[in-house]
Each structure stands twice: as structure tokens, then as C-alpha cells.
Design a protein around this ligand. Structure first.
Ligand code: NAD
Ligand code: AKB
Length: 316
């Protein structure tokens, strides 16, 4: 029976991944950990332990006490927050990851490590961005993501650690708000549309980025860990994608449901320059070939589901 420890479990991804893992493997088989208290389904659905991933001993004790055989290592500082405090981003994203890999090696755990479209930079071919290509990111977040991809490969090659991962695009979801990224606009826009009927976007209307709806991201994270290892040529940092959006096309899709919705633009130079350095579209053929990846939500399906669920959310 699988026993899974999730770091950074209270965040945008963890708050949906943990319930999905509990549904699949049993509620007592998944330990959620974070430095932030969990809320909602995450808090009610199974065990939680406060663990700072920069504290290797604390992480090791949690893995050992729980007898975990798999770690989903989600704890991180995202792109915009990382530019406000690059030192903290380095400590959490790289220090925390190194600890998680060491603990996985010591305790014989498989480990899931998410990378990001942020692992690419302005010299990467942007459309489509190949699986294996130039990676010279210009943010601290991106630097830690490239280094993380390399570390994960290294721990597999050198120590046999079953490390796997995907490069998530920007993730759109309604359970937990995003934690300080550049793609956050694609979530904020929905809350603003439902609550105020208007949104002021911090990116230019034509800024195209890769995006994915959270149910697809959760499925990708579970499927890559369950994939037959004999078929995997890459293991880590698989490009995955579902849709390509600009603020203008997203606003237009929202207007199909809310015809009076208004979008305005007040560009934030920091986040615009980060977005301009990222790919416009990932080539996810390696994930499709090696473990059968395919997204289920396109723009229309995602917008309809987001609006339906946000309207049901208490307080909105
Ligand atoms: P998030 O910011 O919503 O959540 C991260 C969680 O990590 C938070 O709950 C935070 O409290 C926790 N955390 C921070 N420092 C910690 C520490 N020292 N010890 C333990 N926990 C700590 O981020 P997310 O969106 O859930 O991202 C999860 C992973 O997915 C990250 O690795 C991120 O880089 C990656 N990712 C996310 C997106 C996205 O759009 N959300 C896109 C690409 C990649
Ligand atoms: C961010 O914008 O920082 C994240 C990501 C794409 O990694 N959402």
C-alpha cells in the first residue's frame, strides 16, 4: 500500500492534489505537510503535520514517522514572490528540494518534483518550446527550477532515486488562490468577473502563455508517478500543456458567460518582463509518447467549470 507525504500541501496545487491522492490511496495514506495551516477539505480529510522543508531533520522525521514511500515535493516560492525575495526563493526552492532528495535517497522514497514553464528563458524557442532545449531563465524562481530538474536527474542517475516530474504551465483553479506567480492573473480574473464584473490585468492583452486547468494538472502529477518506468526516457521535467491563453482571449471566453464583463490593463513591468521571457506554447509530445499524457480541459470547458464552481463558493 502506498504511503505518501506531500510538502507545501496547503498551496494552490497541494490543496487539490492531497484530496485526489486520498481518494485514490486512502485518507490515512497521505500526510499533508506545510508551514501554513490547511483549510477546507484538506484540513478535514486526513493527517496534517507542520514541516518546514528547509529543516532537513524535521522532514526526515516526518517521512520516517509516517513510513512514507513517496514524497510529492510541492513547497516553493513562485516567480513574482521570488523576485521580491530571491534569497528566500533560493533557500526554499533549492535548499528544500535538496533536503527532499536526500531524505528520499535515505528512506528509499519515490519523489515527484514539479518544474515550470519558468525553467525557460528569453533565448528558448518560444513556440513551440521543445522538451529538450536551451534553458537560461532570468528569474531566481526559474534558476531554481532548472537546477531542480538537474538535481532530480542527478539523484536518479547517481543514487537510483525514483525522481519524476512535469513542467506545469500556469495553473487555473478555484479552490485555493495562487501564491505569488506571474500567471496569477488567469485566476484573479475569474474572482473579479464573478464579484465585480470587471478586472484590471497586470499583463498586456496579447501576452500569450501556456495554461492548464487544475484537474488536468493533478491527473498529470499522479499519472507520471504511476507510469511504467521502462517507457520513460526523460523521467523528470516533462513538458505538459493544455491551452494557450492571452488576457484578451480569456476575457472574451468569460464574456460568453458574463456579457458585461470588462477588462482593463495596468501593466506591472516586473511581471510583464517575466511573462515575456517564458514560452508561448510547450511541445508536450514526449509526455504523450512516454506515458500517454493528454489534457481533458480546453479553454471553453475550463471557463464553464471555473464559473460554475466559483458561483457555488461560499462568500462569493
Ligand atoms: P503555492 O505558493 O500556492 O504553495 C506553496 C506552498 O508551499 C504554500 O502553501 C507555502 O506555505 C508552502 N511553503 C513555502 N515555504 C515553505 C517551507 N519552507 N516549508 C514548507 N512549505 C513551504 O504554490 P503552488 O502553486 O501550489 O505550487 C506547487 C508547486 O508547483 C511548486 O513547486 C511550483 O513551483 C509548481 N508550479 C506551480 C504552478 C502554478 O501555476 N501554481 C505552475 C508551475 C509550477
Ligand atoms: C508562476 O507564475 O510563477 C507560476 C509558474 C508558471 O510557475 N504560476
Amino acid at each position: 500500500m502506498k504511503r505518501i507525504l506531500v510538502t507545501g500541501a496547503s498551496g494552490q496545487v497541494g490543496s487539490e492534489l492531497v484530496p485526489a491522492l486520498r481518494e485514490r490511496y486512502g485518507s490515512d495514506a497521505v500526510l499533508a505537510t506545510d508551514i501554513r495551516e490547511p483549510e477546507g477539505a484538506l484540513a478535514e480529510g486526513g493527517p496534517f503535520r507542520r514541516v518546514d522543508c528547509t529543516d532537513r531533520q524535521a522532514l526526515e522525521h516526518a517521512v520516517r514517522d509516517f513510513r512514507a514511500d513517496t514524497i510529492y515535493h510541492l513547497a516553493a516560492i513562485l516567480s513574482a514572490a521570488g523576485e521580491r525575495d530571491p534569497d528566500q526563493a533560493y533557500r526554499v526552492n533549492l535548499g528544500g528540494l535538496k533536503n527532499a532528495l536526500e531524505v528520499a535517497r535515505d528512506q528509499g522514497c519515490a519523489i515527484f518534483i514539479p518544474s515550470s514553464i519558468a525553467a525557460f528563458g528569453p533565448s528558448t524557442p518560444p513556440d513551440p518550446t521543445p522538451q529538450d532545449t536551451i534553458q537560461r531563465p532570468t528569474t531566481m524562481y526559474g534558476v531554481t527550477k532548472v537546477a531542480g530538474e538537474l538535481l532530480a536527474d542527478y539523484y536518479h542517475l547517481r543514487f537510483g532515486v525514483d525522481a519524476r516530474g512535469v513542467r506545469y504551465p500556469g495553473l487555473i483553479s478555484y479552490v485555493t488562490p495562487p501564491g505569488g506567480g506571474t500567471t496569477d492573473y488567469a485566476v484573479e480574473i475569474f474572482y473579479a468577473a464573478v464579484q465585480q464584473g470587471r478586472y484590471t490585468c497586470f499583463l498586456r492583452p496579447d501576452t500569450q502563455l501556456d495554461m492548464m486547468y487544475m484537474p488536468d494538472a493533478i491527473r498529470a502529477s499522479i499519472e507520471v508517478m504511476e507510469a511504467d518506468p521502462r517507457r520513460l526516457k526523460h523521467r523528470n521535467a516533462f513538458n505538459v500543456t493544455a491551452m494557450q491563453l492571452t488576457p484578451a482571449t480569456l476575457a472574451e471566453a468569460i464574456r460568453e458567460h458574463l456579457p458585461h464583463f470588462v477588462i482593463e490593463y495596468q501593466v506591472d513591468p516586473l511581471r510583464q518582463s517575466i511573462a515575456d521571457s517564458w514560452p508561448r506554447r510547450l511541445d508536450d509530445s514526449a509526455a504523450r509518447e512516454e506515458w500517454g499524457w493528454a489534457p481533458r480541459y480546453d479553454l471553453r470547458a475550463m471557463v464553464a467549470d471555473m464559473l460554475e464552481n466559483l458561483r457555488k463558493k461560499p462568500g462569493l
